[in-house]
Design a protein around this ligand. Sequence first.
Ligand SMILES: Nc1nc2c(ncn2[C@@H]2O[C@H](COP(=O)(O)OP(=O)(O)O)[C@@H](O)[C@H]2O)c(=O)[nH]1
Ligand SMILES: [Mg+2]
Length: 322
Amino acid sequence: MKDLYQGILNGSKSALSRGITLCESTLPKHQESAQVLLQKLSPNTGKSKRIGITGVPGVGKSTFINALGKQLIEESNLKVAVLSVDPSSPVSKGSILGDKTRMSYLAQSENAFVRPSPSGSTLGGVAEKTRSCILLCEAAGYDVVFVETVGVGQSEVLVYNMVDVFLLLLLPGAGDELQGIKKGVVEMADIIAVNKADGEMEQAARKAITQYRLALQLMHSGREQWKTPLVTCSSTEESGLTVIWKLVQDFYSGRSLYIESERTKQEVKAFEDQCTAFLIDWAKEKGIGHLNELKGRLERGKGNSTESFLEFKKAWLQEFNS
Ligand SMILES: Nc1nc2c(ncn2[C@@H]2O[C@H](COP(=O)(O)OP(=O)(O)O)[C@@H](O)[C@H]2O)c(=O)[nH]1
Ligand SMILES: [Mg+2]
């Protein structure tokens, strides 16, 4: 434990990997060690820029992170970590294989760390593990932590709730595209970039910007003193990325109190989610025998669901009250 702690603080990638594996383990003993480790490292966390990247599969998120990450490493001398969140895939270790080829620069760079989505049986579990990964990366000295949403569906909200700034990538496919993305996701975006603005698609990307701008006038960003900017970029030609990084810096600039209060809100919510999940698991474990007994009775055609539920509820309220 001491070696692991020191290794992470020294920036060792293998120690960081081992720390993350510990956090991801479902063994109660490992979970306890992970909590001790996180607790010990907590004074060394919180200093990174936490950036969420979302958009439909194929829009170019991984390519974008690779290109921007490369700039940050080479031009600004920063250390970059990339995590992904894929609650749809129970065994997601495979999904990063594709991503590693898209993120070939970062996969090989001394100053980058790339880690696939933790697997988990519940959304809350995946969120909690990813949150721990962010903290470990911060303790290991990473200045920027990108969190890519991989699975479509619920991963957007999950990631939104663990980052400071949420970047939405769109395709140059004009207005229809906006409908392909859930309205709520566009509203969550702090920066919107139309990617693939290159070659034949450059013209379409410009047109898309105009249309999105109109659509966005009808919406408003949920953030204090921030108007969601709309820009174009090309991740393969590495253009427009400097402007986007400038926007990210603007987002942080002079707003540390705001970011701090947003992080506090996220912390409160994470605590609440963790406690709720714990209570549900704990109560389920206790009550599952009785539940199955009543279920068996129903399966044999005796009684009905309401009657059985009332019996279950009465018994367990009595049990918890005593
Ligand atoms: N022309 C062009 N293609 C891109 C750009 N960014 C990504 N791509 C391509 O789009 C495909 C999907 O990219 P990927 O990064 O895996 O998308 P993700 O699923 O959002 O992570 C790949 O074939 C990329 O080479 C871009 O800026 N311009
Ligand atoms: Mg990807």
